[in-house]
Design a protein around this ligand. Sequence first.
Ligand SMILES: CC(C)(COP(=O)(O)OP(=O)(O)OC[C@H]1O[C@@H](n2cnc3c(N)ncnc32)[C@H](O)[C@@H]1OP(=O)(O)O)[C@@H](O)C(=O)NCCC(=O)NCCS
Length: 201
Amino acid sequence: MRPYRTEDRDALYDVCARTADNGGDSRPAIPDLQLAGSVFAEPYPALEPELTFVVDDGQRPVGYIVGTADTATFARRFREEWLPPLSERYPAPTSGGEPQSLAELFVSLMHDPERLVLPELADYPAHLHIALLPSHQRSGFGRELMRVFLGALHNKGVQRAHLCMVTANTPARAFYDRLGFHVIDVPDPGPVNYLGRETLW
Ligand SMILES: CC(C)(COP(=O)(O)OP(=O)(O)OC[C@H]1O[C@@H](n2cnc3c(N)ncnc32)[C@H](O)[C@@H]1OP(=O)(O)O)[C@@H](O)C(=O)NCCC(=O)NCCS
């Protein structure tokens, strides 16, 4: 386990692509291997590098936790700093209809960072994403990544964090339950759950 370094970028895109389809491999559905990571992984170390930690197998990162201390500020900076250089490669959806594929869903999420800011989450200002390659799951690394990440938030004076997960990802839900996360009530959450907990470990 160690803090993020800029040379970890490609590995984070890779781990994200291999775990972005409800915790499983998104590469069969999305040939563009940077799309998932451009939404759920790399913007975080790009904007708040001190809150990204990786599990390194000695050759490369095989897992990560990324996040922000303040979701509202993150959403604004995502819109102003992260999104503009990506907009040519991933144009904003024009139809306004429901996304028809996982790739369309990720692009629509990319162009809507304001979705991250909900009044019900105001007491949980931080948020996170965590992923490990299948070869390194169920070995305690997820627990350790979470402990280090929440500790870093706590040291910054942030008291609570939340995450958003696809309800169908039941293995991840078992993990979060085990680590003391609870459901945050959000009206009409759709196919996702919002979970939160104190940063005190
Ligand atoms: C979810 C994930 C981060 C968990 O990390 P992990 O390293 O596999 O989990 P750990 O080994 O640290 O487990 C911590 C605790 O959760 C429990 N747990 C983890 N996965 C579980 C599962 N699938 N079912 C039941 N319990 C589980 C463990 O038993 C352990 O409990 P214990 O310490 O009391 O014995 C990891 O499996 C993963 O990256 N999955 C794919 C990506 C993903 O779904 N990310 C979350 C998106 S919302």
